[in-house]
Design a protein around this ligand. Structure first.
Ligand SMILES: *[C@@H]1O[C@H](CO)[C@@H](O)[C@H](O)[C@H]1NC(C)=O
Ligand SMILES: [Zn+2]
Length: 456
């Protein structure tokens, strides 16, 4: 790692200069951006750097590196993936893992590793090491002063827990249980936290397909819903319509992690046992206003929450082991962006249809199409009936079989919708023209009749 620095003349104290191995230390905000720049220097063709449009309370940038064959912009039918670290500022494993991951992806791509190259050629990966840089600075200072507790640095600088600060879309869904279960309209208050505002915009304005939010405090992959349906209890399995798909996604992480799904692992202090290393969020403990359920209910993105270790701020020496434990899981999970089906919905003239709905029979959670008519529908292996629909067009349904085995893109299933023959609710312009032609003809006939009458 970081051989670049080591090329400096030998009379520099080389062990200090070379000691930039990202697995060996905790990195502050400035160092994160340095690593971004180093990685993009080493892999200029597959990287792109950007910051979210608003900053943290204390003015720190929420930085992202994109790693993809198409780094600078979305490419038709290429799924967008994201990892978000350090939302709780004192939970730091994810932050360091993502720095390690960007290094790793860049190096393996340059070496031609088959899986990593395929992933980068077919996916747009966004890595955000820290969603709460202010909290991290506080936690780090506290830790350096030799203190330890469970919460210092967890919240942002307004003392708001960011994983409770998202629009409470679950409540809307639970109160209209038979109604719409996707793209819920929500109210983002003007005094919402700047970090939340930035994330909401990011989540809803990009066609993300899959995501994970990286925490510490236990060792488990947690999936929606996070909020218990019964508002009066703290623990209640609350399945979302994609329960089967989410269990599979969570297991794709836990089973590829060195220890997460191991039934004999040492439990965290006061921690629970989690069969297969996964848990329904609300079954573990109910969370309102979380980011995971917001992704699922307000956008097309499926997000899980990863708890990456008992110790929230482990010593730097433990980070190398963390990387080794998580490396396969981090890659395996990104590959899940390619399960199920994807495709384009267009009209009879080949124009993409925006906001068409993709419905899977038996799953009450629809995906919608982008401005280019694209959709991605994550699904586990099985037989499905998929229906594309859009107001003003006839629905189209297809029977498909999903088989996700192997390193491959999601099966392509396109739809061509024809304009519906039902009597439209509003007559269209062309019909109005036809109507006025008809009116003119009737008037002519009438006038002929009248003049005939007069002559008679
Ligand atoms: C993002 O913010 C950091 C820190 O403020 C800055 O150094 C960097 O240049 C910014 N990156 C971009 C792409 O604007
Ligand atoms: Zn957390």
């Amino acid at each position: 790692m970081y051989t670049l620095h080591c090329l400096l003349p030998i009379f520099f104290i080389s062990f200090i200069i070379c000691d930039t191995d990202v697995t060996n230390k905790h990195h502050d905000t400035k160092e994160i951006f340095e690593i971004f720049r180093d990685v993009s220097k080493k892999c200029p063709d597959i990287t792109h750097l950007y910051n979210l449009t608003s900053k943290s309370v204390e003015g720190r940038s929420l930085g992202v590196i994109v790693i993809s064959k198409y780094p600078t912009e979305h490419k038709l039918l290429i799924p967008e993936f994201k990892y978000v670290g350090n939302m709780h500022g004192n939970e730091v494993t994810g932050r360091e893992l993502l720095l390690q991951l960007m290094e790793y992806l860049c190096e393996e791509y340059n070496k031609g590793d088959k899986t990593v190259s395929w992933l980068i050629d077919n996916t747009r990966i966004h890595l955000m090491p820290s969603m709460n840089p202010d909290g991290w600075e506080r936690a780090n200072k506290f830790k350096k002063a030799g203190h330890y507790d469970w919460t210092t640095g967890r919240a942002n600088s307004h003392n708001v827990d960011l994983n409770r600060g998202f629009p409470k879309v679950d409540n809307i869904v639970f109160s209209h249980e038979q109604g719409k279960n996707n793209h819920i309209s929500y109210n983002l208050p003007s005094d919402a936290e700047p970090e939340v505002k930035a994330m909401v915009k990011w989540i809803t304005q990009n066609p993300f397909v899959l995501s994970a939010n990286l925490h510490n405090g236990d060792l488990v992959a947690n999936y929606p819903y996070d909020l218990a349906r019964n508002g009066k209890v703290q623990h209640e399995y609350t399945a979302c319509p994609d329960d089967t798909n989410f269990q599979y996604l969570a297991m794709s992480y836990s089973k590829n992690h060195a220890d997460m799904s191991n039934p004999n692992r040492e439990l965290c202090q006061g921690g629970d046992t989690f069969p297969d290393g996964i848990t329904n969020g609300a079954d573990w403990y109910s969370v309102s206003g979380g980011m995971q359920d917001f992704n699922y209910l307000a956008s097309n993105c499926f997000e899980i929450t990863l708890e990456l270790g008992c110790d929230k701020f482990p010593p730097a020496e433990a980070l190398k082991k963390s990387w080794e434990d998580n490396q396969n899981a981090l890659v395996a999970y990104m590959l899940q962006s390619h399960i199920g089906v994807k495709g384009i919905v267009e009209d009879g003239e080949g124009n993409p249809i925006l906001d068409a709905t993709i419905h899977v029979k038996g799953i009450n959670h629809d995906i919608t199409t982008t401005a280019d008519g694209e959709y991605w529908r994550l699904l586990v292996d099985g037989d499905y009936t998929i229906t594309a629909s859009k107001e003003g067009y006839d629905d189209e349904s297809k029977q498909i079989t999903v088989n996700n085995a192997g390193l491959k893109e999601a099966q392509r299933v396109d739809f061509t919708l024809t304009e519906s023959n039902d009597i439209p609710q509003n007559l269209k312009l062309e019909s109005n023209e036809e109507l006025s032609d008809l009116k003119k003809k009737i008037l002519e006939l009438y006038q002929q009749r009248m003049s005939n009458n007069i002559l008679n």
